[in-house]
Ligand binder design. Structure first.
Ligand code: MLT
Ligand code: ZN
Length: 457
């Protein structure tokens, strides 16, 4: 708990109307998309790096935890204040302060909604590619802190591929600038990359310089429906190995299709067992050829129905369905354990088969969907409380299979709280120790986001 004198100091830093302490206000900042909850002791909404710095200096003096928070859409508990303390909501730092058309970069505050930046730069004929499924409400500070991926990662990469530089407040309050406003810069250690994906444990991001690309001339989208999962998985691998890189190549299994159809009250698949949703972009002359080739390939690998989007409204309909899956799954069971495993993309058919075996052995329903094009599958174990012990066993077996295939236990959701117990399985003791030393060096009092990434942190 915070002493009244400390609360007063916090009020002085951010202004009385930006410090929340009532239970109704605290509960709003207590959870993320994992539905894990922990109440903070107070919520501060700073408006500048200077205010963030003052809060961190105070936190080090008084030894209270500080938990940075974007829009709370994270999927590993990263913004949940498990050890209490002050939630630092970056929502007021939401300005797009610069768009440099000539040099193709934007400078934004951490509280800018990802979709808002995308719409803005598109009006300039530019593109910010990373597009997490939650793009209409997640914020860029959270995207950087988690290194968010998204549906276009197969062609364009993930958040880290677009961050040129950052302004960061270190856990002890120093304000630093990392990177540059240029495509190249190798001046010293790459602190930009260190902060990206550090899940709010190494610094608070207060400004972001983002690389932009030219907006492609043309986009074509096709949905292909299969009567079995294996054919869909094989078609997906075949598309990639045919040397066409679509900008999205998404896989959705039958249970996920049913869930989203019930949720949106619309039939999408006509009862199919799996869907691939594929999108290409580029010059119109090549997208037309590529989408026809992909359609033919899907048919060759057993697609029973193929539907091309004829216009933007049809394209939007497909993507709305895809982006709604995460929420729609709660119509199946009250809880889900949502993993985001990655395997080399040629191993997608193998990992889906292994998961079917694991689900059967443990008597569990495992729903799979996600970014097949980059090997990143969202594996959702749908549970009631009684299923939890078996589900935990299944998670361990899934991670073992993934690592046997030279994959990774998390492609885009991060370790947070939910995967802290499993991180050592992937990185081993020496790398884990190096990570802990970095944390200790930058945050000697363990102020920033304690209880995340490392067990018993
Ligand atoms: C997605 O791709 O839909 C998101 O990462 C959310 C999820 O995994 O449920
Ligand atoms: Zn995803």
């Amino acid at each position: 708990m915070l002493k009244p004198s400390v609360l007063n100091e916090l009020k002085e830093i951010v202004g009385p109307s930006h410090l929340f302490t009532s239970p109704e206000e605290l509960v709003v900042y207590s959870y993320d998309a994992t539905r894990t909850e922990a109440l903070p002791w107070a919520v501060a909404r700073p408006a500048s790096a200077r205010e963030v710095s003052d809060i961190l200096i105070l936190a080090n003096r008084e030894r209270f935890p500080v938990v940075p928070r974007g829009a709370g859409t994270g999927m590993s508990g990263g913004s949940v204040p498990v050890q209490g303390g002050v939630v630092l909501s970056l929502e007021r730092m939401n300005a797009i302060s610069e768009i440099d058309e000539e040099n193709m970069f934007a400078v934004v505050g951490p509280g800018v909604v990802t979709g808002e930046l995308q719409r803005e730069v598109e009006s300039w004929g530019l593109m910010y590619p990373p597009d997490p499924a939650s793009q209409q409400f997640c914020t860029l500070g959270g995207n950087v802190a988690e290194c968010a991926g998204g549906l276009r990662a197969v062609k364009y990469g993930v958040t880290k591929d677009y961050v040129l530089g950052l302004e960061v407040v270190l856990p002890t309050g120093e304000i630093i600038q990392t990177g540059a406003r240029t495509i190249k810069s190798v001046a010293g250690y790459d602190l930009t990359r260190l902060i990206i994906g550090s899940e709010g444990t190494l610094g608070v991001i207060t400004k972001i310089i983002l690389k932009l690309l030219p907006l492609p001339e043309s986009v074509e989208t096709v949905a292909a429906f299969f009567s079995d999962i294996d054919s869909a998985a094989k078609a997906s691998s075949k598309i990639i190995s045919s040397r066409i890189i679509p900008r999205a190549l998404e896989f959705v299994d039958q249970a996920a299709l049913r869930a989203v159809e019930n949720y949106l009250k619309q039939d999408l698949s006509g009862g199919a067992a799996a869907m691939l949703l594929i999108e290409v972009d580029g010059p119109a002359i090549s997208t037309k050829v590529e989408i026809d080739y992909i359609e033919a390939l899907c048919r060759q690998y057993g697609a029973v129905k193929v539907k091309k989007a004829e216009n933007d409204a049809e394209r939007e309909y497909f993507w709305k369905a895809r982006r709604s899956i995460s929420a729609a799954l709660y119509t199946i069971k009250p809880k889900k354990i949502n993993e985001d495993i990655v395997v080399p993309r040629s191993r997608i058919p193998d990992i889906l088969r292994e998961m079917a075996g694991i689900a059967k052995r443990h008597g569990l329903l495992i729903v799979n969907f996600g970014h097949a094009g980059d090997g990143n599958i969202h594996t959702n174990i749908m549970i009631d409380d009684a299923d939890l012990p078996r589900a935990k066993e299944a998670v361990k077996e899934i991670f073992e299979s993934v690592l046997r295939m030279n994959g990774s236990i998390t492609g885009e959701h991060g370790i947070g709280m939910t995967k802290a117990a499993y991180l050592p399985m992937e990185v081993g003791p020496a790398a884990l120790d190096a990570m802990k030393k970095i944390k200790k060096a930058l945050d000697p009092n363990n102020i920033l986001n304690p209880g995340k990434i490392f067990l018993n942190a």
